[in-house]
Design a binder for this molecule. Structure first.
Ligand SMILES: Cc1cc2nc3c(=O)[nH]c(=O)nc-3n(C[C@H](O)[C@H](O)[C@H](O)COP(=O)(O)OP(=O)(O)OC[C@H]3O[C@@H](n4cnc5c(N)ncnc54)[C@H](O)[C@@H]3O)c2cc1C
Ligand SMILES: *[C@@H]1O[C@H](CO)[C@@H](O)[C@H](O)[C@H]1NC(C)=O
Ligand SMILES: *[C@@H]1O[C@H](CO)[C@@H](O)[C@H](O)[C@H]1NC(C)=O
Ligand SMILES: *[C@@H]1O[C@H](CO)[C@@H](O)[C@H](O)[C@H]1NC(C)=O
Length: 623
């Protein structure tokens, strides 16, 4: 029987247990952050894939036969492997990188720019640009791409943004297949979603969200004054609060993120694959770099893939299909190395042409510029310890990529209700580290923002640019990175959208809501634009060419089309002219969307998995 004293003692023990445990957890997490940021600041991005080279390239070992061989375990590949292995198919997933061990990458707050400077990023850069990214070192846009099981979800910002219904209705028209219309694809969006709202105001309709899927999606409790200022300033200009994933998307929204209920990154490898690794019909082989797909030149059927793993070369056979999910850069690269691509380009590099298709010819990326303002905001520094105390409760600044918790969608220079501009705002502290990690030339960054202050930054993103670029092979060596040319701002309309966006932000900063915070544009002329009248249209055009950067949303390098003249894959994502080969990832987007691409890639993976299952279900035994 317990005495009162004993009870108190046990209570104290419990308190101490919780406290002591927390203290060591906080120490552990603090170490992850300090080490992670330090290593990022000293990290050199890779420039090729030679770490995957085999010691002896001419000797193949057979790796066996599977029903499906999936190449790339990113956003889409993780989901396809998970869904196909629900049935009695033998599934092999080949991924060049590793599973995450929930180290530094668990903190969504450090996504940009720190997670870009880790082995979870392939580290691509564009070829030198002519019209944009000019203020970036070597005029090369940074093009981070996630490497590892989960792909970009290992390094991205986890913003849950589907795009506008009209984007998908356009797809349905382009591919002449009504199953791509928004009404049809909505069910695939909802399938993997588990939405819940922590925000009592501004939740007009939940019917656009799913609540029974694996992916935890939530809107974040607004950080009061910055979020309020953004929302109120927009109200003054006639933009009201909406849900960023509703058809009436234009206006402001509280962010929706796919972080776990405890505020951690949910990479798709850990989310969709880890729980199923005990399935005997699913094999996930990490550290496996695919060099090419094996295609029989006379039957034009894909029969397998060649890959390296730990210094050896293997060949694996696919009985039913090869599914290419290597992403916007990897998928066109592998297709071209396998003889599927623009005939002339392949011949130039001595690659035997199996199918002449416009692979890699329509790279579409979203582009942004950043305007920064000084203010009278005085934010009390919160110690890392305090932030971590919140973090282990699943709340606070470390559970979101940004401090401000609202964003806006707008349309500029276009009819209809489809937004083409997105704006978000955050606090950014000037630092040489930030400059280097964002890739800006020192003379540009310092001239503009070199005041050692924390500034209010507004990022203006052109969601539907008209410029298109290319992914081409440097040569026929699969261990070289391809040449990536987004050709940013090549189309004259694209620069005007960003210019109008700047004018909008200058007006937004003049609203009472922002004037209360003392917002004032940091009026330092940009050195390469000094010959132009400050803040004239010509000046801003020059500014945009210098300051533009990739928003890290490239799509469209193997687009869906109604016929082989207009695309690389058909509306079931089968490669035109080749049997047993599909591309399932964001390279199949025929256009950009008015949002961020990740959950649209997830939606595509869900939809096509279902199609693949029903096409092949009669061919397996056991069900
Ligand atoms: C920094 C950053 C922030 C972003 N933030 C957001 C956001 O907040 N919201 C959003 O919606 N989108 C965001 N995105 C974009 C989004 O994450 C991607 O569009 C999406 O993940 C693309 O998915 P995917 O399936 O096409 O390909 P990926 O995720 O790129 O997967 C491709 C996979 O294939 C593997 N692979 C490639 N080549 C080979 C090879 N030769 N052999 C074997 N494996 C190979 C790769 O390692 C990778 O795992 C962000 C992207 C970045 C880089
Ligand atoms: C810029 O280009 C030069 C010459 O090609 C190269 O040596 C250097 O590493 C590049 N810098 C960056 C940051 O990519
Ligand atoms: C994968 O992770 C393991 C264990 O952490 C490590 O030994 C290995 O080198 C990693 N492989 C690759 C390809 O990064
Ligand atoms: C910013 O701070 C650094 C280090 O304290 C100093 O070297 C630099 O001159 C400062 N820059 C400006 C513009 O004040």
């Amino acid at each position: 029987m317990f005495t009162h004293c004993n009870k108190t003692f046990i209570l104290l023990l419990c308190v101490c247990y919780i406290y002591c445990d927390n203290a060591s957890e906080i120490e552990y997490l603090k170490n992850l952050i300090n080490e992670g940021t330090r290593q990022a600041e000293n990290y050199q991005l890779r420039t090729d894939a030679k770490i995957h080279e085999a010691n002896n390239d001419n000797i193949f070992q057979e790796y066996g036969t599977y029903d499906f061989v999936i190449i790339g375990g990113g956003t889409s590949g993780s989901v396809v492997a998970s869904r196909l292995s629900e049935l009695d198919f033998q599934v092999l997933l080949l991924e060049a990188g590793n599973f995450s061990n929930n180290g530094f990458e668990q903190f969504i707050r450090f996504a940009e720019p720190f997670h870009m400077y880790t082995d979870w990023n392939w580290g691509y850069k564009s070829v030198p640009q002519q019209f944009g990214c000019l203020g970036v070192v070597n005029e090369s846009c940074l093009l981070p791409r996630g490497k590892g099981v989960g792909g970009n979800t290992l390094i991205n910002d986890a913003i849950y943004s589907r795009g506008h219904p009209s984007n998908f209705d356009d797809w349905a028209r382009i591919v002449d297949d009504a199953s791509w219309s928004y009404d049809e694809v909505l069910k695939w969006f909802k399938k993997s979603e588990n939405f819940h709202s922590s925000n009592s105001k501004a939740r007009p309709a939940f019917s656009y969200h799913g609540t029974a899927g694996e992916l935890n999606v939530q809107d974040r409790i607004p950080d009061t004054f910055l979020t309020d200022a953004f929302v109120r300033a927009n109200e003054e200009l006639g933009y009201h609060v909406t849900d960023m994933n509703k058809p009436s998307q234009i206006g402001t929204s509280i962010y929706q993120y796919y972080v776990s209920k405890t505020g951690r990154r949910q990479d798709f490898g850990n989310l969709f694959l880890k729980p199923h690794l005990k399935r005997t019909n699913l094999k996930v082989l990490t550290g496996s770099y695919v060099t090419n797909i094996v295609i029989n030149p006379s039957t034009k059927r894909a029969t397998g893939a060649v890959f390296t793993n730990a210094g050896r070369t293997y060949r694996v056979k696919a009985k039913l299909e090869v599914i290419l999910s290597a992403g916007v850069i990897g998928s066109p690269q592998i297709l071209m190395l396998s003889g599927v691509g623009p005939k002339k380009h392949l011949q130039q590099h001595g690659i035997t042409v199996i199918e002449d298709l416009e692979v890699g010819s329509t790279l579409r990326d979203q582009l942004y510029v950043d305007l920064r303002f000084s203010s009278n905001i005085n934010i009390p520094e919160e110690s890392l310890d305090d932030q971590l105390k919140d973090y282990i409760k699943g709340i606070g600044t470390l559970t979101a990529p940004m401090v401000n918790q609202a964003l806006g969608f707008y349309k500029i220079n276009r009819p209809g209700s489809t937004p083409n501009v997105e704006v978000f705002s955050d606090l950014i502290a000037y630092s040489d580290g930030e400059r280097r990690l964002m890739g800006f030339k020192p003379e540009i960054y310092e001239a503009l923002w070199g005041s050692n202050n924390t500034h209010v930054s507004f990022v203006i993103e052109n969601l539907l640019p008209k410029s298109t670029g290319t992914v081409r092979l440097k040569d026929n060596n699969p261990f070289e990175y391809p040449l990536i040319d987004p050709n940013v701002l090549a189309h004259h309309e694209d620069i005007d959208v960003l210019y109008q966006g700047i004018q909008f932000i200058l007006r937004l900063a003049q609203t009472r809501a922002y004037q209360r915070l003392g917002l004032s544009y940091i009026a330092n002329p940009l050195p390469p634009c000094r010959h132009l009248q400050f803040r004239s249209k010509q000046y801003w055009y020059c500014f945009i060419r210098q300051l533009s950067q990739s928003a890290f949303h490239p799509v469209g390098t193997c687009p869906m089309g109604a016929s082989r003249r207009h695309g690389v894959v058909d509306s079931d994502l089968k490669v035109f002219g080749i049997k047993g080969l599909r591309v399932v990832d964001s390279s199949v987007f025929p256009t950009q969307i008015s949002g961020h691409p990740d959950v649209a890639a997830l939606m595509i993976a869900e939809k096509i998995s279902e199609i693949i299952k029903s096409e092949h279900s009669s061919k397996t035994n056991g069900f």
